[in-house]
Ligand binder design. Structure first.
Ligand code: SAH
Ligand code: SF4
Length: 361
């Protein structure tokens, strides 16, 4: 007998499932409320359901979530969570506090096939795509932990491990689940999907009414192709056309992410070329100083170089943000996530970090 994981069912999916059991459609709403609002996962405790139905659910639905096997807290307040999946593979999520937000950065795949040269996740080939319940699970389990501190996630970003648009079915299904009114009801405007530029799938971000972030990292075709092999398939020019379409369809700006690599992409001249390329697209540019990781051949520019790049873009009229590096002491910064905990750098500085309740939930 096949067992369905509840956390992979959107409301329409759940309704269809219930129909198969000969149950009323309004039961979907009741079940969502039990699970997402009240956090009850044992059908026995769902008292507005008949005894028979509860027994049937027990046999046909599982509420399994990944196991949270590690929880690290950085001195700057960033928290990192390691999850072990059913087949033993692991992924990470990072919770980043800022003045008015609590942003959760989640993973969509174990490893990544895009092979961007500066990215630690990209060093590892794709092992597998996450299922919707494993994506939803990261969110739910983190919220279960922070609830004790009376906190809630305010923003969700698909900027952890993996390329979300290489796993569209599960990613957009998880978005439907988490945004449902009867479920966690997170606003679509508070969700950002970040892509390395899989053009044929970008319309899905528009259709899901979430926000689009695009990792540019190069200032022209050649520099982008050098750093991100995907550019050889989908050119920067075509990518920017697609971004323009997104802005026209949604009225929102695109966020461009741009990693600053010492000597390679951090010069004032590069800032000018970048601006020349993107200025036709309503955008914000998020500059991210490179975060070092084991085996990487790149370096982080000096603070003065970073500042020069930043102010040049500002001077040119760009809406530019400098991403403050968070969580470096727990190896949780952008591009530092990996699924192979055993291979983590041995010199990772967690001496100042509080190892929070290593919870197996
Ligand atoms: N695969 C998606 C989302 C995950 S990567 C994408 O590429 O957009 C999230 C961001 O981290 C990307 O913008 C990427 O350019 C950036 N990044 C990767 N490695 C990095 C590193 N070592 N230092 C700083 N940023 C990095
Ligand atoms: Fe994959 Fe994004 Fe890393 Fe590129 S930057 S290898 S797309 S996770």
């Amino acid at each position: 007998m096949s067992v369905t994981n509840f956390y992979s069912l959107s409301v329409p999916g759940l309704k269809e499932f219930l129909q198969g059991l000969g149950k009323e459609q309004f039961r979907a709403q009741q079940l969502y409320k039990w699970v997402y609002e009240k956090r009850v996962q044992d059908p026995e405790q769902m008292l507005n359901l008949s005894k028979d139905f509860r027994a049937e659910l027990k046999g046909k639905v599982s509420f399994d979530l990944p196991a949270m096997t590690q929880h690290l807290k950085s001195l700057d307040g960033t928290q990192k969570f390691l999850f072990q999946l059913k087949d033993g593979l692991t992924v990470e999520s990072v919770l980043i506090p800022s003045e008015e937000r609590l942003t959760l950065c989640i993973s969509s795949e174990v490893g990544c096939n895009m092979a961007c040269k500066f990215c630690y996740t990209g060093k590892q080939k794709l092992k597998r795509r996450l299922t919707a319940d494993e994506i939803v699970g990261q969110f739910i389990l983190v919220e279960d932990v922070i609830k004790a501190q009376e906190q809630k996630v305010s923003n969700l970003v698909f900027m952890g491990m993996g390329e979300p648009l290489d796993n569209c079915e599960a990613v957009f299904n998880s978005i439907e689940i988490l945004t449902n009114d009867f479920g966690r009801n997170i606003s679509r405007r508070k969700i950002t999907v970040s892509t390395s530029g899989l053009i044929p799938e970008m319309w899905r971000v528009t259709a899901s009414r979430t926000r689009l972030a695009v990792s540019l990292n190069g200032y022209d075709e050649a520099s982008r192709s050098e750093l991100m092999p995907i550019n050889k398939k989908y050119s920067l020019a075509a990518l920017l056309d697609e971004c323009l379409k997104y802005t026209q369809a949604t009225g929102d700006r695109v966020t461009f992410e741009y990693v600053l690599l010492k000597g390679l992409t951090d010069q004032v001249e590069h800032a000018r070329q970048l601006w020349q390329a993107v200025r036709r697209v309503p955008c914000k540019i998020n500059i991210i100083p490179f975060n070092e990781h084991p085996g990487s051949i790149y370096e982080r520019p000096s603070d003065a170089t970073i500042e020069r790049f930043h102010s040049e873009l500002g001077r040119l009229g760009a809406h530019v943000l400098m991403r403050r590096t968070m969580g470096r002491d727990i190896f949780a910064a952008c591009g530092q996530l990996t699924s192979e905990f055993e291979n983590k750098p041995r010199n990772m500085d967690i001496s100042n970090s509080k190892i929070g309740g290593v919870a197996r939930v």
